[in-house]
Every structure is written in structure tokens, then in C-alpha cells.
Design a protein around this ligand. Structure first.
Ligand SMILES: Nc1nc2c(ncn2[C@@H]2O[C@H](COP(=O)(O)OP(=O)(O)OP(=O)(O)O)[C@@H](O)[C@H]2O)c(=O)[nH]1
Ligand SMILES: [Mg+2]
Length: 226
């Protein structure tokens, strides 16, 4: 029996996305740039975390960011305060970024001028999960105000990510956030997943995460040179 037409169209879109993502990944590898994408529900703290990341990495690394949003340029304006090159991708009605959007946004950037490229996806715990953007690592953010069960309720996005970042941890006590339960939810969806706990507001936990990024870049460059 043939597949329903909608399913067929969706499969073709994903296939097309994968082809572009593969081309992007090759491009990133040959330029030696390490690419991290950020996914989370709206308001988990992606832009705040990214602004901090760009600011703290800049003395040692060349960094840039792309940021997806349905309707506004607000996040690009906030990220630009770090003085890093930043570009907004406005998706209109599309609830995720696609590889083709990233490819278009990068057309006039020279990737060889970069060490790290960050891509903030549209705030959404469902749509972005199936779209590969050619990134080296996908970070999924979970803020302490959202509830420890989010990984169980939205397993696909946690499963498609490589690293979990628990954000706003200075609010944990006030929110009665149960770290053990959160850890258990994450690990049951994605066993062995690396988890960082941090606050972009107080700076708590940022050192460890920045060292991790530096190691990832060094390892990738060592692999590419072999
Ligand atoms: N207390 C506290 N608030 C934070 C922290 N990080 C972000 N926020 C606040 O959380 C709200 C949302 O943060 P954003 O950085 O805009 O979140 P976002 O994930 O980029 O949101 P969207 O792009 O709309 O999905 C803002 O009011 C931030 O100031 C944190 O570490 N601690
Ligand atoms: Mg944002």
C-alpha cells in the first residue's frame, strides 16, 4: 500500500534537509569551525546563556552566532551586545530552523575566520528535533522553572541532543527543583548524556562548561588533522 501523501512529502523534506546538513557538516569540518546548536522550550534561557558564552569566549576564540525566531530580531540585538558577528534568521510560520536556512545565512560569512559558531534554534521542544543543521553538538536546555519531567514528556528532543544544560540554577531552591528527579528523567531518555548545571545570571557552573567547549574544539581539530 502506498504511503499517505503528507507522510511522503514530510519524508522528502527531511531527506532534502539531511543532504544540505551533510554538506554543511563537510563545510564546517574543512573550515575547522566547531558548531553548537541550542534547543529548548521558549524562555529556558538560550539567548542569555549564548550572550554570556560569546562574551566569555571572545578573548581567546573567534565566535559568531545565528539565531532563529518566528517573528522578531530581539535575540540578535541582545547577542550583538557581545560584539560578536550575529545574524537573525526569521522563520515566519516555521517552528524550527532548517539546514537550508543556515546555509543561506552563512553565504556571506567566511567560516575560516571562526573557531566556534553557535546556532540558537526557535524556542520549541518538538519541531527542531528532526532537523539536522550540520552541527557538531546539539545542546538541549532545561530551566529549573520548567519541571523535572520535561525530558519524559518531550523525549525526542532530549534524545536527539548530545548535551543537556540545566539553566537558572540559582532559582532551584525557590522552585523546589529536584535535581535527582531531573537527572533521572534525562538519563532515562538518553542514558549517559552529559549534563551541565549553570546560571547565566550568576555565572555559577560556567567555567566547567567553557572548558568542555575548549576541549571539544581541540579534539575536533586534532581529528581533522590526522
Ligand atoms: N534567574 C535567571 N533568569 C534567567 C537566566 N537565564 C535566562 N533568564 C531569564 O529567562 C528569561 C528568558 O530568557 P531568554 O534568554 O530570552 O530565553 P530563550 O530561551 O532565548 O527564549 P526564546 O528565544 O524566546 O525561546 C529572561 O527573562 C532571562 O532574563 C538565569 O540563569 N537565571
Ligand atoms: Mg532566545
Amino acid at each position: 500500500m502506498s504511503e499517505p501523501r503528507l507522510l511522503e512529502v514530510r519524508k522528502n523534506v527531511l531527506k532534502q534537509n539531511d543532504l544540505i546538513a551533510r554538506a554543511l557538516r563537510d563545510q564546517f569540518r574543512s573550515a575547522g569551525v566547531f558548531v553548537v546548536s541550542l534547543v529548548s522550550s521558549p524562555g529556558s534561557g538560550k539567548t542569555t546563556f549564548l550572550e554570556k558564552t560569546l562574551t566569555l569566549l571572545q578573548p581567546r576564540y573567534r565566535v559568531a552566532a545565528l539565531v532563529g525566531d518566528l517573528a522578531t530580531e530581539n535575540d540578535a540585538k541582545r547577542l550583538a551586545r557581545s560584539n560578536a558577528p550575529v545574524k537573525q534568521i526569521t522563520t515566519g510560520t516555521v517552528c524550527h530552523l532548517e539546514a537550508a536556512m543556515v546555509q543561506r545565512a552563512l553565504e556571506d560569512w567566511n567560516l575560516q575566520d571562526l573557531d566556534f559558531l553557535f546556532i540558537e534554534n526557535v524556542g520549541n521542544l518538538v519541531c527542531p528535533s528532526s532537523y539536522d543543521l550540520g552541527e557538531n553538538l546539539r545542546f538541549v536546555l532545561l530551566s529549573v522553572t520548567e519541571g523535572e519531567d520535561k525530558p519524559l514528556k518531550y523525549p525526542t528532543i532530549f534524545n536527539s541532543a548530545d548535551v543537556a544544560i540545566v539553566t537558572k540554577i540559582e532559582l532551584a531552591e525557590a522552585c523546589e527543583f529536584d535535581w535527582g528527579a531531573a537527572q533521572k528523567s534525562i538519563q532515562s531518555v538518553r542514558p549517559g548524556m552529559q549534563i551541565f548545571r549553570l546560571s547565566a545570571k550568576t555565572g555559577q557552573g560556567l567555567e566547567e562548561y567553557l572548558s568542555f567547549l575548549a576541549e571539544q574544539l581541540a579534539e575536533m581539530r586534532a581529528r581533522v588533522q590526522v
